[in-house]
Design a protein around this ligand. Sequence first.
Ligand SMILES: Cc1cc2nc3c(=O)[nH]c(=O)nc-3n(C[C@H](O)[C@H](O)[C@H](O)COP(=O)(O)OP(=O)(O)OC[C@H]3O[C@@H](n4cnc5c(N)ncnc54)[C@H](O)[C@@H]3O)c2cc1C
Length: 353
Amino acid sequence: MKSDYTVAIVGAGPYGLSLANHLSSQGTSFIIFGKTFDLWRKHTFDTMNLRSDYATSELSHPNDRYRFSHYCSDTGISVNDISGQLPVSVFRNYIDWCLARIPFSVNNQMIINIKHGNSGFSIQTEKGDKILVQKVVLATGIAHQLYIPEIFLAHPGTLHSYRTAEIQKINAKKVLVVGSGQSAAESIFVLLKNKNQVEWYTRTAPVYFSEPLNLPRWLFNYIIRLPQFFRNVDPIILKRTLGLFSSTTITPDLMSVVKNVPHHYGLPDMDKYDVIISATGYQYQMNDLKFLSAALKAGIRQWNQYPVVSHRFESSTPGLFFSGAITEPFFGPSMKFMIGAPYSASVIARAIK
Ligand SMILES: Cc1cc2nc3c(=O)[nH]c(=O)nc-3n(C[C@H](O)[C@H](O)[C@H](O)COP(=O)(O)OP(=O)(O)OC[C@H]3O[C@@H](n4cnc5c(N)ncnc54)[C@H](O)[C@@H]3O)c2cc1C
């Protein structure tokens, strides 16, 4: 049977859209699915500053069409004004500017099933459309990978910190925030603004309470731009050292507020709280990608539940590629941030050509 497109990109975040730019400019036929920049529009607090700076938060294009500096000169913003912390409101405006210029459209449907057959991949959308393609690139980010430790799942009021819309609606409740990272601090800030009584539980001291543990920004940006280097590091060693690459951008305002919240290093009695916010991060496991058929999943070689990918980001099922955070054990920490998207997009586009 004839394919409808050469490639289907599943995911319309920075990784999926960057790849689409590369495929579009090399003339490869493709379709892209997903909610555009979903994480950045719906799952980040309006009060947040990005962890990355503007130069490492761009949509990739082979001819550098979507540089932040172009956006600034187009809209009259001074680059100097955003050269420190990048507020999410500015980033969202930059995204809209990019989306108004991309020369292709995004199909906003979610994919509910992908099967592999003799003539390629059959993809089914949530509305029942079926499409046949030769290759699939998964760029589904973190939405399927929310991690909540079992102990907190037992509480009826537990929410992952990814659910920012729900968190912003919590009002006048007794809330326990769990986790020592930036998402915990941002959740606390918003919860306090909404007159909640907030307490905080972490097993270890929050990272930004001990500044020296954070690498300086220039060193962080330099090291994580080396996916080819990380490709040669054993995934076990890589996973153990990844903690070094956590970066936080806690403003003094945020810091002064969260520092005064009652803090527990031992787990308090959870029954005292109406809501538990589990700011406990993400766990990248292929089994959580429910839209892959069981037969397809069974055929993909795995390492610790991650799909093993080649130097071209291709899995052991020919024609099925992975991108973004799920490739971190093989390409290093840049894959968890937008800074990794240009490398991933250009390599996958070349592999598909
Ligand atoms: C709170 C928070 C703050 C962060 N801050 C930064 C930062 O400042 N700088 C930085 O570089 N990184 C940051 N990150 C990391 C961030 O995840 C990545 O930078 C980036 O968004 C990852 O891009 P992505 O395209 O891989 O995935 P995402 O941005 O998560 O996009 C995933 C896409 O896949 C789509 N999708 C998912 N499932 C399906 C399906 N079944 N069918 C169709 N489409 C689907 C979604 O709709 C979406 O379009 C942050 C993450 C979080 C959670």
